[in-house]
Design a protein around this ligand. Structure first.
Ligand code: HEM
Length: 123
């Protein structure tokens, strides 16, 4: 939460930054996004929401994760490395946007939830 608030206060839109990072590492995935503007915000938001949901052990979070993994079967085969990099890059970008102090306080907690999310996605 600290990181989300810090990034928000600095008014940094992390959505294009996460995608730039992801496409630099996995350029082969760029063609899967014919309408990037439409999907990009939803994809980053849902990633952050599910991580927060995991942190709170929210009742809806398992279903949310199952649903987005199912949805992505329509987009071809997404490798474990792609899933993992996406999640890590979202958190790294958020941590940079939030600044060193907030990242120091909060990034480890996000990474702990990321580990749970990765295990659920690739189970
Ligand atoms: C935690 C990880 C992820 C979450 C929560 C997530 C979530 C989403 C959401 C909410 C959408 C928009 C669906 C819609 O409203 O039409 C979307 C679209 C999409 N996602 Fe993800 N995503 C994740 C990871 C990935 C990864 C790793 C890839 C690999 C390439 C990927 C590829 C796509 C593609 C190709 C689309 C559709 C783009 C389009 O129709 O223009 N996603 N994702």
């Amino acid at each position: 939460m600290v990181l989300l608030e810090a990034a928000g206060e600095r008014e940094i839109d992390i959505v294009p930054l996460v995608f730039d990072r992801f496409f630099a590492c996995h350029p082969e995935t760029r063609e899967l996004f014919p309408n990037l503007e439409a999907a990009a915000g939803r994809m980053v938001n849902e990633t952050l929401e599910a991580l927060v949901g995991l942190a709170e052990d929210a009742w809806w979070v398992n279903t949310t994760i199952i649903n987005f993994v199912d949805l992505h079967r329509n987009y071809g085969t997404i490798s474990a490395a792609q899933w993992h990099d996406w999640i890590d890059m979202t958190i790294d970008t958020l941590a940079e946007a939030g600044g060193a102090e907030a990242a120091g306080l909060s990034k480890p907690a996000w990474q702990a939830q990321a580990a749970r999310m990765k295990a659920m996605i690739t189970a």
